[in-house]
Design a protein around this ligand. Structure first.
Ligand SMILES: [Zn+2]
Length: 183
């Protein structure tokens, strides 16, 4: 790998509240976030750090949760001490089945190794399979870890459809009469 392809970890953010560290950080780097007093200050590649309103998790190369942001706690209904050290799959799984689970592990491995190309895949929450998010994976640190950011919910294509195809009605199977319980 060329050095130039390695991720440049220069954007600082807090592992809990998600905000960049406050002013003094530039003069005197600190590890614990001075805003929320709960998160650690980590760094991600430029333009890849979480937005303040995006839930995210930090995982290691085995997809073990190292940190859960405040918003991810709410999305996943988990309290941070309970989430630490737990396999990611207890909270989030690939929306497309096991094949993508391997992909997620590979994305995390590559991100931790310093690959600057972000990975992305659709994930759904374990507690409610109806909640799906476009996940993206980038490296962060120190120490080296993978940052899994949960982006906007995937648009529901079926529900946003505003019309029925002309031939759809013909193909539809006969519908049982509502309330027809007589036998
Ligand atoms: Zn913070």
């Amino acid at each position: 790998m060329l050095a130039a392809s390695r991720a440049d970890l220069s954007k600082a953010f807090c592992s809990y509240c998600g905000y960049p560290p406050m002013g003094p950080w530039r003069l005197r780097a600190h590890r614990v976030c001075m805003r929320c007093q709960m998160g650690m200050v980590l760094r991600a590649p430029p333009n890849a750090q979480p937005r303040y309103d995006e839930p995210f998790l930090i995982v290691d190369e085995r997809l073990i949760v190292q940190a859960i942001s405040h918003r991810a706690e709410r999305l996943l209904s988990v309290k941070e001490p309970d989430g630490f050290g737990v396999p990611l799959e207890e909270f989030l799984v690939s929306a497309n089945g096991d094949a993508d689970g391997l992909t997620l592990a590979l994305m995390a491995e590559r991100a931790i190794a310093g690959d600057a190309t972000p990975g992305s895949l659709e994930l759904r929450t374990v507690r409610d399979p109806a909640i799906s998010r476009a996940g993206r994976v980038v490296g962060c640190g120190p120490p080296p870890a993978a940052l899994l950011i949960l982006g906007a919910p995937k648009p529901d294509i079926q529900r946003s459809s505003n019309g029925v195809r002309p031939d759809a009605a013909k193909r539809r199977l006969p519908v049982h009469a509502a309330g027809g319980g007589g036998e």
